[in-house]
Design a protein around this ligand. Structure first.
Ligand code: SAH
Length: 473
């Protein structure tokens, strides 16, 4: 370890920044945030600093640096643009036992300032001992995305409970056990949606040793590319005890979940249901009822052809708390990664999402409503009915020349886009089954050859129809 990390309490600790430019300004604002008793020494101040000086946020000494001005300081930042001056300040501070930092000059620093993730009172500091500040900043960015914003509030709340917990438990071991429970409880996971009274109740239950209530998070995993997951989805995956996931959720996405969580695949595949919907609903209830935090992970968005609503209704009946985390739905993901804007001023002012699977046998969609000018049609689970779709749309007046995109494994490295005319769609019905496939039907598909930016490892010339589309435009 090249450096020893400490957190410094700056109250009543005289600090000085030497310099009045932009670099000094950054240091001034960081020191003020930490409550420093601050003096700024510089012949001239940037407008930003001048404003702070006017507000008496610090004491301003309008002067070049001088030993006299810093002799009573305990911490000094040399932030002038003159290296020789920074050197002098450093040497002076070293001989007079003052903590000193020269900005961006690690060789003349007694201390360095880390990159921080601020969820005050919780602060994470990252240092590379000046070796690679960029690496430290990248790690900081990673942590920023992983840690919920409300950690500040939770840490404060926990701080406020310390006395109560001390009184409730005599031994340090018991207290530690309580806090272990606390930080994996619903207070941590649902802090923002709980009332003060509910929080208090949960704390009291934990003190008396009553079993904590489980909960379910219905989380959208997006269409495939793990980078399309929301921050919230990743956070929930990291906090879950159990991950109940569909077959469509890839292993790359599951890799982002808490490593020691239990994984249960309840994947559904046409005609090959691993579990019936009612069994899934029941499973969620059972897991949550045993006090676990359950992340129900579904492909795309949970509220779009995901039967998410049904799962939640069962939870409501059983009074199990839940949350829903939305996600990029297949239509949005596939359209973007295939370069097909779903709406366009010239081609489509409306977009309709429909499913090719009817919920009840013999039920038919309102075909007439699907055949409208300036409308893009997105069909989920439609490939198995390609022939019927082609037939009915043409019968209801859609031009047989209407361009169609067939997007397989959209947004993943295996993405393939096939284009055809509506009257060729039936030919795809026997196409490889088993991969999720989305149909986009409408004039906007013409933009695909021009806007197709995403090069998947399976990228291929879609087919001869692309030439037709290209000539059309
Ligand atoms: N809730 C999901 C849809 C579930 S229905 C969502 O919002 O996306 C499953 C259907 O979605 C698949 O049959 C397919 O039509 C479509 N789909 C999901 N992911 C897809 C992908 N990566 N590529 C193409 N189609 C996809």
């Amino acid at each position: 370890m090249q450096q020893f990390p400490i957190f410094l309490n700056l109250s009543g600790f005289p600090c000085a920044v030497v310099g009045g430019g932009e670099v000094a300004s950054r240091k001034v604002s960081a020191l003020l945030k930490a409550g420093a008793e601050l003096t700024v020494i510089a012949p001239k101040l940037s407008p930003e600093l001048a404003e702070l000086a006017d507000q008496k946020q610090f004491t301003y000494r309008q002067s070049p640096w001088a030993a006299e001005l810093i002799k009573d300081m305990r911490l000094v930042v040399a932030a002038t643009d003159d290296n020789a001056i920074n050197q002098q300040i450093y040497h002076y501070c070293e001989t007079h036992k003052i903590l000193v930092n020269a900005v961006d000059q690690p060789d003349i620093c007694r201390y360095t300032t880390p990159s921080i993730v601020n969820r005050s009172p919780l602060i994470i500091a990252i240092s590379s001992a000046g070796m690679s500040p960029v690496l430290a900043r990248r790690i900081r960015a990673m942590l920023e995305t992983m840690l919920p914003q409300n950690l500040s509030a939770i840490a404060e709340y926990a701080g406020g409970l310390r006395d109560k917990i001390k009184k409730a438990f005599n031994s340090i071991g018991e207290r530690r056990q309580f806090w272990e429970k606390f930080f994996t409880s619903a207070i941590m996971t649902r802090y923002d949606s709980l009332t003060e009274h509910q929080k208090e109740q949960l704390v009291d239950d934990m003190i008396t040793g009553q079993q904590a209530q489980g909960e379910v998070w219905l989380v959208g995993a997006g269409p495939g590319d793990p980078e399309l997951l929301t921050l919230k989805a990743v956070q929930k995956m990291q906090m879950a005890d159990v991950i109940v996931h569909d077959r469509l959720v890839s292993s790359q996405i599951l890799d982002l979940a808490r490593k020691d969580a239990e994984f249960i695949c309840v994947g559904k595949q046409k005609n090959k249901h691993l579990k019936q919907q009612t069994e899934i609903n029941q499973l969620l209830v059972e897991q949550a009822a045993s006090g676990k935090k359950v992340c129900r992970l579904k492909g795309g968005d949970p509220f779009i052809f995901g039967r998410g609503g049904e799962e939640l209704e069962t939870l409501v009946e059983q009074q199990i708390p839940f949350e829903v985390v939305p996600a990029v739905t297949a239509a949005a993901g596939c359209a973007s990664y295939a370069g097909i804007p779903l709406t366009h001023r010239d081609y489509a002012r409306k977009v309709v999402f429909v499913t090719g699977q009817n919920s009840k046998a013999g039920e038919q969609p309102d075909w007439q409503a699907l055949v409208r000018p300036y409308q893009t049609l997105v069909i989920y689970m439609g490939l198995a009915r390609a022939a019927l779709i082609e037939d009915e749309l043409i019968k209801h007046g859609m031009s047989p020349d209407t361009p169609v995109a067939i997007i397989e494994n959209g947004t993943t490295a295996e993405q393939k886009v096939f284009c055809c005319k509506l009257n060729q769609l039936a030919d795809f019905e026997q196409h490889k089954k088993g991969s999720p496939t989305l149909l986009i039907i409408g004039e906007v598909v013409k933009l695909h050859p021009k806007l197709n930016w995403y090069q998947s490892s399976h990228n291929q010339t879609t087919n001869a129809f692309v030439n037709y589309l290209q000539n059309e435009r």
